[in-house]
Ligand binder design. Structure first.
Ligand SMILES: Cc1cc2nc3c(=O)[nH]c(=O)nc-3n(C[C@H](O)[C@H](O)[C@H](O)COP(=O)(O)OP(=O)(O)OC[C@H]3O[C@@H](n4cnc5c(N)ncnc54)[C@H](O)[C@@H]3O)c2cc1C
Length: 221
């Protein structure tokens, strides 16, 4: 199945539909820019939402967790789930608190996960590491069989997806724009940017004087 963005009844954005984005390349760009997703499923009638690191692999997303994790056990049993990636780009200051909001890029995918095994599982683990820690796979120790056995690797196909992007100036109510008080207060937005800091070596690395590898310098947000 190919990715359908906002194409089903339950992925049609109804609140502020002008913020809906149906362009698959925009969806992929958001998923590739994110590091953390929130994935939810219902266990015994109770919805749970957990943050996970993830990577996009073509038309699916991959994530991993402990075989002991309640969330992962339920997802592995094909429970319906909702996967969300949110990037926050700014705080929007309107002339009223009511109209104040945020700039964001957000993707939601609905579906059920598939458990990956064997070579597909190993490749998925590499893909996730390559997304979260680009360059690290070549240097770091590979997972031992015991570690791999304790890890569930799940894939969620990006079949049913929605995307909402909020940007631009505040959307004030017209009366605030002519109000003698509120038309004279500052309004606009304050961008939020995410950045990696300088690498901080652990005690052993410092003691041995091991320099930070060059690939880390390429980590830019
Ligand atoms: C950082 C951030 C902060 C927000 N803060 C608020 C807030 O404080 N109050 C508030 O009411 N709303 C807020 N929103 C918007 C919120 O996510 C919903 O879009 C909104 O509440 C409408 O919900 P609904 O169920 O009525 O949407 P509907 O339009 O009925 O949703 C229908 C379908 O549209 C899609 N959809 C809806 N919202 C999104 C989304 N954000 N991203 C991708 N697909 C979506 C889903 O597939 C959903 O099933 C925020 C969004 C972000 C990303």
């Amino acid at each position: 199945m190919t990715t359908q963005v906002g194409a089903t009844d339950r992925t049609t954005v109804r609140r502020f539909p002008e913020k809906a984005v149906k362009d698959l390349s925009a969806v992929n760009a958001i998923l590739d820019a994110g590091l953390v997703a929130h994935i939810s499923c219902v266990v015994d009638g109770q919805p749970f939402i957990m943050p996970v690191g993830y990577a996009r692999d073509g038309d699916r997303v991959l994530f991993h967790g402990s075989t002991a994790s309640r969330l992962f056990k339920n997802l592995a049993a094909s429970q319906p789930c909702c996967f969300t990636v949110t990037l926050i780009d700014g705080m929007v200051l309107a002339r009223s608190a009511f109209e104040s909001s945020m700039h964001y890029r957000c993707v939601i995918a609905l579906g059920s996960c598939e458990v990956l095994e064997g070579e597909e599982k190993e490749n998925a683990l590499i893909r996730i590491t390559d997304h979260l820690l680009p360059g690290r796979t070549d240097e770091a120790r590979k997972s031992a069989p015991k570690e791999s056995k304790a890890t569930l690797v799940l894939a969620l196909s990006l079949d049913e997806v929605s995307c909402k992007v909020s940007e631009g100036d505040p959307d004030d109510v017209p009366s605030d724009l002519t109000d003698p008080i509120y038309s004279n207060i500052w309004a606009g937005y304050v961008p939020i940017t995410e950045a990696f800091g300088e690498p901080v070596a652990d005690a052993m690395t410092t003691e041995k004087g091991i320099p930070a590898p060059a690939y880390i310098a390429d980590w830019k947000r």
